[in-house]
Each structure stands twice: as structure tokens, then as C-alpha cells.
Design a protein around this ligand. Structure first.
Ligand code: BV8
Length: 238
């Protein structure tokens, strides 16, 4: 029997990695309750105090290396493998937990914390160690400009053209673990609704800012709600 949905797009945010021990941003005691965005997550912050920005990302990179994928990450990888149609994960997260759980069709629209980029030569390299303002670029030896391969506020997210195309063709859009605060990701649900008749689903701990825009909403920890949703989807019950 043909799958009910040919093109599934799944947007994930920090909430899907919360049960892996990685802090979210806007929950109580979240990252932005301890750090100021304009001191650690903008190009201006990096120019003003690169050491402070490197310290912030060094701490987060170490935590990602200690974290493991959780049942929600594995459920999405199982969906991609078992579903008779295309499944794309567009993640706002910079951790590598989707990859480690087995997801392949994956777009990191805000970059990846286990990569660094050299603005001098354009190299993008896998990187697991701490960075300092004195770390030379392994590709061109330039010192002082190596940065995390992360999209900061005020920078254009990666692969927006590809994402727009996926949103145009999707017939199922699922938003998982995101508060709907950050654009353009928070606007994807509006794009999907404008483009046509896709089924729209929000799986979250609490209702997001865009909750009214979704037709199906299931609330609870991603580690419980996502595997249950994936099994219902694979059984043709969504
Ligand atoms: C840009 C990398 C323009 C850094 C991040 C309108 C249109 C366009 C832009 C804007 C606009 N209005 C404002 C802007 C500017 C800005 C923006 O959106 N600001 C916000 C704060 C208002 N946007 C930008 O700057 C973007 N760039 O627009 O460029 C441009 C145009 C032309 C040319 C050049 C430039 C860039 C945004 C990307 C910034 N980088 N991340 C890093 O990670 O350090 S964003 C940051 O927020 C994180 O990446 C995070 O992923 C993202 C979104 O947060 P969430 O993932 O949703 O996390 P949050 O904590 O908020 O929510 C967690 C949710 O999980 C909650 O709902 C909670 O209930 C739930 N949860 C918790 N536990 C669980 C759970 N759910 C399930 N299970 C659980 N266990």
C-alpha cells in the first residue's frame, strides 16, 4: 500500500536533545538565562571578545561529545529507514546526535559545533578540541580567525534554498522540541500552510509560540512522544 505521505519534513530544536543532557535555550535555567546572546552568539561578539565566544563553544562542544542520542533521535532515524517516502530532518541544533542515531537526510541550518570554519581560506573541518584565538587554521596556517562552523544571530542560516524546496513539496510537516522563537525556522510552519494542504504536527514538551498553526499536537517528553508518533505514522494511523 503506498505510504500516506510522500515527502515528510521534520524540524527539530533543542528540546529533542534535552533528554540527552544538552541544555535548551529558553527553558528555565536554559543557556540564554546564563549567557547573553550578544556576548557569545553574534559576529560582533566574536570580533569584540573572541576568547569569550571560544570559551562558550568549547564548553558546549565538550558537552556534545559526552552526550548520547536518545529514543527520539533513534525514532526519526527508524522513520527515515522504514518509511516508503522521503524523510528530511531540518535541525536547528548544532549537536551531532541525529547523525549518530542514523539519520542521513539531514540539514543543519544553524551549523555544526563539531566543525570549524576558516574565513581566510574557507576551509570547513571536523573539530573536537577546544579552540583559542591563537589556534592556527590547519589548511592555511592563518592565526586568529578560526571560528565555530555555527550560524550566529544576524547571519544567514545554511541551505535555505534547499529547505524552501523541501517545505514546498512536503505533505507532512512535523515540528519537534522547538519554542518557535527563532526565525526563519519559526516561520517554516507559515510557509507550509501557505504552500498547500500538508498535515502539520507539533511534538513538544509545552505548546510553542506557533501552536495554533498546527493541526495535530502531542505534548510530552520527546523521548516518549516521538517514538510513539513514529510507530503510529508507520502503522498508517496519522
Ligand atoms: C537571520 C546557533 C538574516 C547558535 C542559533 C524575522 C525574520 C528573520 C530573522 C529575524 C526575524 N526576527 C528576528 C530575526 C533575527 C533572529 C531571530 O530570530 N531572533 C529571535 C531571538 C527573535 N534570527 C537570526 O538572526 C537568524 N538569521 O535572520 O539572518 C539575514 C538575512 C540576509 C543576510 C544575512 C542575514 C539566525 C538565527 C540562528 C541563530 N543561531 N543557534 C548556537 O546554537 O549557539 S539560534 C538558537 O535558537 C539555537 O540554535 C536554537 O536551536 C534556536 C531555536 O531555539 P529552540 O531550538 O527552539 O530552543 P528553545 O530553548 O527556544 O526551545 C526548546 C523547546 O523544547 C521548548 O519549546 C521546550 O518546551 C521544548 N522542550 C524542552 N525539553 C523537551 C522539549 N520538548 C520535548 N522534549 C523535551 N524533553
Amino acid at each position: 500500500m503506498p505510504a500516506a505521505y510522500e515527502h515528510i519534513v521534520i524540524l527539530t530544536g533543542a528540546g529533542i536533545s534535552a533528554e540527552s543532557g544538552l541544555d535548551t535555550f529558553r527553558d528555565k535555567n536554559g543557556i540564554w538565562s546564563k549567557y547573553a546572546i550578544d556576548e557569545v552568539a553574534t559576529p560582533q561578539a566574536f570580533r569584540r571578545d573572541p576568547q569569550k565566544v571560544h570559551d562558550f563553544y568549547n564548553m558546549r562542544r565538550r558537552r556534545v561529545r559526552e552526550a548520547q542520542p536518545n529514543a527520539a533521535h533513534y525514532a526519526l532515524a527508524r522513520l527515515e529507514e522504514a518509511h516508503d517516502g522521503e524523510v528530511w530532518v531540518v535541525t536547528q541544533n548544532v549537536d551531532d546526535l541525529h547523525e549518530r542515531a542514523g539519520s542521513r537526510r539531514l540539514i543543519h541550518m544553524h551549523g555544526e559545533i563539531l566543525k570549524v570554519r576558516c574565513p581566510a581560506c574557507g576551509a570547513v573541518l571536523h573539530w573536537e578540541e577546544d579552540l583559542t584565538p591563537e589556534t592556527p587554521c590547519p589548511a592555511c596556517d592563518t592565526v586568529g580567525c578560526l571560528r565555530p562552523h555555527i550560524v550566529w544571530f544576524g547571519e544567514m542560516p545554511f541551505e535555505m534554498d534547499a529547505i524552501e524546496r523541501r517545505l514546498e513539496e512536503c505533505d507532512l510537516f512535523v515540528s519537534i522540541g522547538t519554542s518557535g522563537n527563532v526565525y526563519p525556522a519559526a516561520g517554516f510552519i507559515q510557509s507550509v500552510r501557505r504552500n498547500g494542504t500538508a498535515q502539520t504536527v507539533e511534538l513538544n514538551l509545552d505548546p510553542s509560540l506557533g501552536e495554533d498553526l498546527f493541526t495535530l499536537k502531542l505534548y510530552g517528553p520527546a523521548g516518549e512522544v516521538v517514538p510513539m508518533f513514529v510507530e503510529r505514522l508507520l502503522a498508517g494511523q496519522v
